[in-house]
Design a binder for this molecule. Sequence first.
Ligand SMILES: N[C@@H](CCC[C@H](N)C(=O)O)C(=O)O
Length: 284
Amino acid sequence: MKIPFTKMHGLGNSYIFINVFDFPIEEKILADLAKAVADKDTGIGSDGMILIHPTESADVGMRIFNKDGSEGKNCGNGLRCVAKFAFEHQLVDSKQFTIETKAGNVSAEIHGDQIQVNEVTVDMGVPILKRSEIPMLGEDLDQVVAEPFEVQGDNLEVTTISMGNPHAVFFVDDINKAPLTTLGPVIEKDQRFPESVNVEFIEQVNDQEIHFRVWERGSGVTQACGTGACASVVASVLNGKLEKGKEITVHLAGGDLYITWAEDGRVWMRGKAETTIEGTFFMD
Ligand SMILES: N[C@@H](CCC[C@H](N)C(=O)O)C(=O)O
């Protein structure tokens, strides 16, 4: 099978995008296809795969698959890339439109024009805080903020947020010493998170900036995570480290995202989306 693809990234968080408006793909091969395209040696190399598909409920639909073939429900960097792709390929006819995800519909706005999309803003919706809806096991509190969390003998504090997908946020004094590759994979699969979890480490810089590193569920260390950046700003506000209603610059390994947890409860994300390769993937 010869599959046309576009490789895009948001701040280095890269996905292989397949436009299934033009090229329908059988459901049963999706997990294997995601693993195959993501493989850097025998495939293209990416953090996963995203399908851009027709839908009745929004202007365009998106499905995200992690590097290990598991399906996520939301992807902030992917949303900005899908918005750029849909606008540039005229799947939509205005700069503001809606995108369906498995976590619900969001709206996106293009900054730029057909020649150059500079940035995309996405209304990421209202974060979910209730413990059972993260989901996280334990007493069903309305929010889990700075809760003691013992892992491999380390006594940490966790704040959990769902942006349609689950995030466990930990504050550290020095981002360069965050236990990303040691505790990241352990926390990802911790039994307290029945659907596994994306793991973020945050260092507060001042009242407008944070440093951010992520171990993503199903993909491991990535250069950036849009939903994780949103979750981290929400977690910082809940811990009294940042103010609601202010735009926060999140410094990720791959660049900056601008996130606001607005007074009305909605989270806004603004940042770049870029195209790197177009081609054909050969699959047996
Ligand atoms: N990189 C993404 C999130 C992708 C999905 C995630 N790994 C999950 O399984 O929930 C982003 O930019 O938000």
